[in-house]
Design a protein. Structure first.
Length: 220
């Protein structure tokens, strides 16, 4: 299974959610846009069942944040989102500046939703749907012809890249691909591109508040 569908409400099959605020996350680790006091925007949160191999403990979540600022002409400012736009492998060092962050943390006892950013995206839950023969055939054929997977929101499987194929350090593993139209349709948060999350393979050893991986976007 790999393809994601998005729903308005949480179900027993939900493995995470996009938009809204964070849940059970300490407020003192919410990241800010570098060199400012502006909080980054919550992109999505991944529950422990997101990782089917059980590598994320049940008392932990991972939340991904991005730096965005609305443009007066519509959409968001490309000058800011370019700080985590990785169109070739040499761009990966941009992520060291912290304009996008993925944080692991222990659950707090309360279920309150925390919202610290000025830009809050619409909240949607997501879950995996079983692969059909038609989907698997399309994915296989597309890979044979292009060396990449389909351009859909998906969990694991084979990523699709708008530009160069990106292979970070072996420390990281591809885990999530997101299309911006599945998150929000009128802001162009990925500059009409795609978002990618690579998880740190050693998340079992990470402490609350640690970086859990890499998130970047790629566009044409």
């Amino acid at each position: 299974m790999s393809k994601l569908i998005f729903t308005d409400h949480k179900t027993e099959r939900s493995i995470g959610f996009s938009g809204g605020g964070t849940v059970r996350m300490p407020n003192n680790i919410w990241p800010k846009i570098p060199k400012t006091e502006i909080h980054q925007t919550h992109l999505c949160t991944l529950f422990s069942n997101f990782f089917r191999n059980g590598s994320l403990a049940e008392n932990k979540n991972i939340s991904i944040f991005i730096s965005i600022e609305k443009h007066t002409l519509g959409g968001v400012k490309e000058t800011l989102s370019s700080k985590y736009t990785i169109n070739q492998k040499n761009d990966l060092n941009l992520l060291d500046e912290g304009y996008s962050q993925a944080l692991i943390y222990n659950h707090l006892d309360n279920d309150d939703e925390l919202k610290l950013s000025s830009i809050i995206l619409p909240k949607k839950y997501f879950e995996i749907i079983p692969d059909t023969e038609d989907y698997m055939e399309k994915e296989h054929l597309f890979f044979e012809e292009n060396g990449m997977g389909l351009d859909i929101s998906k969990l694991q499987n084979i990523p699709y890249f708008e530009q160069d194929i990106i292979n970070p350090s072996p420390k990281y593993q591809f885990y999530l691909q997101l299309l911006e139209e599945d998150i929000v349709k009128d802001l162009q948060i990925f500059q009409e591109g795609i978002g990618y999350f690579y998880v740190n393979k050693n998340i079992k050893k990470l402490n609350s508040g640690d970086s859990a991986g890499l998130f970047f976007i790629q566009n044409t």
